[in-house]
Design a protein around this ligand. Structure first.
Ligand code: ATP
Length: 372
């Protein structure tokens, strides 16, 4: 089943101020047609305000919103080809599932709704629950009714404002996959607001990471994770180990940097800001990219890897992996995940270790100031 497609959602110089407070700084953003797009950020960063400006529920202070090439900035919500699903599903308690979904069609005076509602209930896998009232449904089922009710109007864009926020963790995970499946099936644009980085990464094709009213970085989930451009993004999406380093040489494809007397290699192409010899840089590496070798076996570490030494201060068994904290001169709380299948039994708190990784997995961030 497919729904009519619209075009791109384009925000041009859009901003929102409340008195002297700027909730959203001038923002240019294009959401490609048919994509699953997430606005991700901590509470208060302006993501809901941005979504509400697309919906027409909030008037921008400046800038324009266009949908499929049409400027809709001046249109009220009901005249825009968008629909919104909120965290509080806002279902009609006295109507059953079928009538909740049929509501939009009946309001438009459409009499024969059975086929369309049936298709929509099949899409969200609620065909069996058609005659139940909302209070007889689980939270996840209620959320799917809300999605079906929004999709039955064939919007070009579906806006979702923390739609899974009220669900417990297990149900959230199920619904993330479910929403992704529905989006792939109907093929329309979904714009999803969330503060949960894992949720954004699981569902979205493109994620805009927002911070204090600005988009800090935009990209595919894997790209944001592998190539964060700012410390905020590096820390908001997963864990990063950040080492303050001084650039020794900056010619060629690789930088050679020094941190606490240890020399490390950083690919120039993976640096967010140009780095010059003598300047400072933050070298980042993700915890799962690092291997741990007991110091006694240091000579077995393959050549060409970045290596620092340290002492394990904590180890937490997580089932598939063990999470270690290692105190290193270059970084006092280095976090490392080691797959348990490969784990050396000597890796226990107190052990002296070598941490090593492929230099290609290092990324460089602007350190803001020189280290001397
Ligand atoms: P949350 O996840 O908590 O909903 P958010 O990222 O969606 O956060 P917004 O709801 O967009 O954040 O709010 C952005 C900022 O604008 C917040 O600091 C909020 O307090 C402020 N704000 C939102 N609406 C108003 C309003 N009507 N008047 C004044 N300030 C507002």
């Amino acid at each position: 089943m497919t729904t009519d497609r619209g075009g791109d959602v384009r925000l041009s110089g859009i901003s929102k101020t409340y008195g002297s407070f700027t909730a959203v700084h001038p923002l240019d953003l294009t959401v490609p047609q048919g994509s699953f797009f997430a606005l991700l950020g901590a509470s208060g960063c302006g993501k809901t305000t941005t979504l509400r400006m697309i919906a027409g529920l909030e008037e921008p202070t400046a800038g324009t919103v266009s949908l499929g090439g049409r400027d809709v900035t001046a249109l009220p919500p009901y005249k825009r080809p968008v629909n919104t699903v909120f965290q509080s599903y806002a279902l009609f308690p006295h109507l059953d599932v079928f009538e909740n979904v049929a509501f939009g069609l009946r309001r438009r005076g459409i009499k024969s709704v059975k086929k369309q509602v049936g298709e929509m209930l099949d899409l969200v896998q609620l065909g069996e629950q058609a005659r139940r009232k909302p209070h007889q449904l689980s939270g996840g089922q209620q959320q799917r009714v809300a999605v079906a009710r929004a999709l039955i109007n064939h919007p070009e864009v579906l806006l979702l404002d923390e739609p899974l926020g009220a669900l417990d963790l297990k149900l959230r995970r199920q619904m993330q996959l479910e929403l992704k499946r529905i989006q792939t099936e109907v093929g329309i644009t979904f714009v999803h607001v969330t503060h949960d980085q894992e949720e954004a990464m699981t569902m979205a094709d493109t994620v805009a990471v927002m911070n204090a009213g600005r988009v800090e970085q935009l990209g595919a989930p894997a790209d944001l994770y592998e190539n964060p451009r700012t410390t905020f993004v590096a820390n908001f999406l997963g864990t990063s180990n950040l080492i303050e380093a001084k650039v020794e040489t900056a010619s060629g494809d690789d930088l050679v940097v020094e941190a606490a007397g240890q020399r490390l290699t950083l690919p120039a192409a993976r640096c967010a800001a140009p780095a010059a010899a003598g300047g400072a840089v933050l070298l980042g590496v993700r915890p799962e990219k690092i291997s741990l070798t007991p110091a006694d076996d240091a000579d077995r570490v393959p050549a060409g890897r970045n290596r620092v030494t340290g002492r394990i201060t904590a180890g937490s068994f997580l089932g598939v992996s063990t999470q270690y904290v290692v105190d290193c001169p270059a970084c006092p709380e280095f976090e490392v995940y080691v797959q348990n299948i490969d784990r050396d039994p000597r890796l226990v708190p107190g052990a002296e270790v070598v941490l090593h990784w492929d230099p290609a997995h290092s990324f460089g961030l602007d350190a803001a100031q020189d280290i001397d």
